[in-house]
Write a protein that binds this ligand. Structure first.
Ligand code: HEC
Length: 144
C-alpha cells in the first residue's frame, strides 16, 4: 500500500517538475534560414515563427492589444501603451524580454503571452539574441 502511494506521489512530483504543459515547445526555425542574428532574415527565419505562433493573434492584423502591433517594423519600434517595448541592442532594458521571461508584474502589463504558457527557453533565447543584435526587421529604414 505504502509503495502505491509513494509511486503516486512521485508521479505527481514529476508532473510538477516537468511543468505539465506550463511551458510551450520550442519553435523550429524556417529550414535553411540564416543564423546571423544581425540581419532582417534572422527575424523572418527564426523570430517571426515564434511571434506568429504565440503573439500575432493579439498583436497583429486588427489586434493591437496593449497598444502594441507587432505587424511591421514601424509599429514594433513605436511600441505600446507603456512606450517602447524593444530597445535594440539592449534586451536587459526591453519590456518585451521582461514580459516573456515572466519577470513582469501581475498586470499592466502582465506577462506574455497573455494567459497562456510561457515560451520555451530556446524561444526566449532566440528573441533575446535578435534584440541584442539590433532587432532588425524587413522594412527597417536603411542604416546609416
Ligand atoms: C491573448 C492575447 C495576447 C497574446 C497571445 C499576447 N499578448 Fe501581449 N498583450 C496582450 C494584452 C491584453 C496586453 C496589454 C496588457 C496590459 O496592459 O496589462 C499586451 C501587452 C503586451 C506588451 C506591452 C505593451 C505596452 O507597451 O504596454 C508587450 C511587449 C507584449 N504584449 C508582447 C507580447 C508578446 C511578445 C507575445 C507573444 C510571445 C504576446 N504579447 C502575446 C494580449 C496578448
Amino acid at each position: 500500500m505504502r509503495s502505491l502511494w509513494g509511486g503516486l506521489g512521485l508521479a505527481i512530483l514529476a508532473m510538477t517538475i516537468t511543468g505539465c504543459n506550463t511551458v510551450n515547445q520550442p519553435t523550429p526555425p524556417v529550414p535553411g534560414s540564416t543564423s546571423d542574428a544581425a540581419s532582417p532574415e534572422f527575424y523572418t527565419g527564426h523570430v517571426r515563427p515564434i511571434f506568429e505562433k504565440y503573439c500575432f493573434r493579439c498583436h497583429a492584423g486588427m489586434n493591437h492589444r496593449g497598444g502594441l502591433s507587432m505587424a511591421t517594423s514601424a509599429s514594433m519600434r513605436k511600441g505600446g501603451k507603456s512606450g517602447i517595448d524593444i530597445v535594440p541592442g539592449h534586451p536587459e532594458s526591453s519590456m518585451m524580454m521582461k514580459l516573456i521571461r515572466h519577470e513582469g508584474t501581475a498586470h499592466d502589463p502582465e506577462n506574455m503571452p497573455s494567459k497562456s504558457a510561457k515560451l520555451a527557453d530556446a524561444d526566449i533565447a532566440t528573441v533575446e539574441r535578435w534584440i541584442r543584435a539590433g532587432a532588425l526587421m524587413p522594412g527597417d529604414p536603411p542604416r546609416p
